[in-house]
Design a protein around this ligand. Structure first.
Ligand code: CA
Length: 289
């Protein structure tokens, strides 16, 4: 097993980023991650001097040997261990209700035995990875922005037991991850979730197949993850990708797959608050059995 410590981190996924570690496909990798605020908020008064250049660190990147452009990187998420306290923030000008609050607010959340204490409300944790991606095809994306390379997809199904597939755009793929949440609901409406430090254990594999967008697989099916600035364009692209998948896998004409999608594919929202909005098209596995 290889350990990648949280001080080896990036703030942008770039086509030319340099690896901090090299691994064989199939090797177990343990990523330590800081919370999305870079660990800067220890109590609720720590909001005044926040250094925004330290927000959204992603640990890595790791060069995966023999990972070539055009292949797919399969990332099996084996375990997510989280810290015993989290923080949630809301800020004027951000979130689904940007003018509903004033200034920058933070709330520290204690986590005990798998439960988050939100005042007198107790919530079960459901840890997930907010930021996970590879080097993009061109240029660079801040870690707060999601696109075809992955990044800040803030999708609650990217969790222990799931498998994420990422398109490879650069040799070695260059995998990095961070922004783990103890709990997040679809939409992430106030702009953050229960942000925690973590230890994420994964295993990679290479697949000789090209995909257009990241896909997360659970026992139930496949979620095609599309992130674009305009939510309606994201819905359209996610729908198109799901129809093409049905058409290809079931060997049926596009128009028939389009009708079938209307019966079985759920179009869902992952997050509404990052620069690119993330939507998912859920294709159930039962359709292929
Ligand atoms: Ca995030």
């Amino acid at each position: 097993m290889k350990l990648i410590k949280s001080d080896n981190c990036i703030y942008a996924f770039s086509q030319s980023m340099q690896p901090v570690e090299t691994a064989e496909p199939g090797e177990i990798l343990l990523f330590e991650t800081s919370d999305a605020l870079g660990g800067q908020i220890k109590d609720e008064n720590d909001t005044t001097n926040l250094d925004f250049s330290k927000v959204n660190p992603a640990t890595g990147p790791v060069f995966i040997k023999n990972a070539h452009v055009g292949q797919t990187l399969k990332v099996k998420i084996l375990d997510i261990e989280i810290s015993d306290r989290g923080v949630i923030v809301a800020e004027e000008g951000f979130g689904v209700l940007p003018d509903a609050i004033k200034g920058f607010k933070a709330k520290v959340l204690e986590i005990n035995n798998g439960f988050i204490c939100f005042d007198n409300i107790t919530l079960s944790i459901d840890p997930m990875i907010g930021v996970i991606g590879v080097a993009p095809e061109k240029g660079e994306f801040p870690t707060g922005t999601a696109s075809k390379h992955g990044g800040n997809m803030d999708t609650k199904y990217i969790k222990s037991g799931s498998t994420l597939y990422l398109p490879i755009f650069q040799e070695g793929a260059l995998l990095a991850l961070g922004d783990v949440h103890a709990l997040m609901a679809d939409g992430e409406v106030c702009v953050s979730a229960c942000e925690v430090g973590s230890k994420v254990t994964i295993k990679t594999e290479l697949i000789d197949r090209k995909i257009n967008w990241p896909v997360v697989e659970t026992d139930q099916g496949y979620f095609i993850l599309v992130s674009l600035p305009d939510i309606n364009e994201a819905f359209r692209e996610a729908t198109l990708q799901s129809v093409e998948l049905l058409s290809e896998q079931l060997r049926i004409p596009f128009e028939k797959a389009y009708m079938l999608a209307s019966l079985v594919v759920d179009i869902q929202i992952s997050q509404l608050v990052d620069p690119n909005k993330t939507v998912r098209a859920f294709v159930p596995k039962r359709i292929f059995w």
